[in-house]
Design a binder for this molecule. Structure first.
Ligand code: NDP
Length: 239
């Protein structure tokens, strides 16, 4: 099975692990990056780097054209790119709120909408959105991030209903605190406090998120749609 897979934000962190796991399984993987050089290990695996900022509709369109020319229409989309700008509501600017929603929610809308066309024509497809445990349980200082990530759940469930009859599944993976640059931006004390709430007592690893994503894209998950799969050491207890 060699499908055309696109991972947004695949140059580092969770997206990098996801791109890697699909490439190692023999899929044709394209991944987006914004700046800098695409990671050498993904290039060695034959992945296609595509420069794209998901806040820009034109860049999204160009990225898809590039992927379609090299790998064919996207059959598996992993909308992973995301940002946070944490601040207590009292101090949060409207710009901080909008920028996070613009990337995490509207950026995902753009990316998914563009994939949808070809999937409908092919009458098959897999769409996986990367949300967060914070969408389910909340976190002080993250009203913008939590709102955007909770928005993805409503988005996915509505789309799962729209696309089910066309053999397209839409699912959400909700990671807990995971060892990436995003987590590294937290202070040691903040990380300790968050890990203290995790029943499994440790931070998650990008590969552990990637394994759940790979499953949802596999044949074994053909009858799963509209699901929110927590990969969070138990922190949100499935809610
Ligand atoms: P990182 O900060 O390590 O990586 C974020 C990725 O998203 C980078 O590849 C980045 O690209 C990309 N990105 C950000 N904004 C844009 C944009 N406008 N257009 C295109 N790409 C963009 O984060 P993680 O790997 O930790 O996070 C990946 C996803 O998982 C995110 O959606 C995050 O919210 C979610 N998540 C992370 C958790 C964690 O604890 N780490 C927990 C729960 C969810 P670039 O390198 O160019 O900046």
């Amino acid at each position: 099975m060699s499908r055309s897979v696109l991972v947004t934000g695949g140059n580092r962190g969770i997206g990098h692990a996801i791109a890697r796991v699909f490439a190692e399984s023999g899929d044709k993987v394209a991944f987006t990056y914004r700046t800098g050089e695409p990671p050498a290990d993904l290039l060695e695996l034959g992945c296609l780097p595509v420069q794209c900022d998901i806040t820009d509709t034109e860049q999204v369109e160009l990225a898809y054209k590039q992927v379609e020319a090299e790998h064919g229409a996207v059959e598996v989309l992993i909308a992973n790119a995301g940002v946070n700008r944490d601040q207590l509501l009292m101090r949060m600017s409207e710009e901080d709120f909008s920028a996070v929603v613009e990337t995490n929610l509207t950026g995902t809308f753009r990316t998914v909408k563009r994939a949808n066309r070809a999937m409908l024509r092919a009458r098959k497809g897999r769409i996986i959105l990367i949300s967060s445990a914070v969408a389910l349980r909340g976190e002080p200082g993250q009203v913008n991030y939590a709102a955007s990530k909770a928005g993805l759940i409503g988005f996915a469930r509505s789309l799962a209903r729209e696309l089910g009859s066309r053999n397209i599944t839409v699912n959400v993976v909700a990671p807990g605190l995971t060892r990436t640059d995003m987590a590294a931006a937290l202070s040691e004390d903040q990380q300790k406090a968050l890990i203290g709430q995790v029943p499994l007592g440790r931070i998650g690893l990008p590969d552990e998120i990637a394994a759940a994503v790979r499953f949802l894209a596999s044949e074994d998950a053909a009858y799963i749609t509209g699901a929110v799969v927590p990969v969070d050491g138990g922190v949100a207890m499935g809610h």
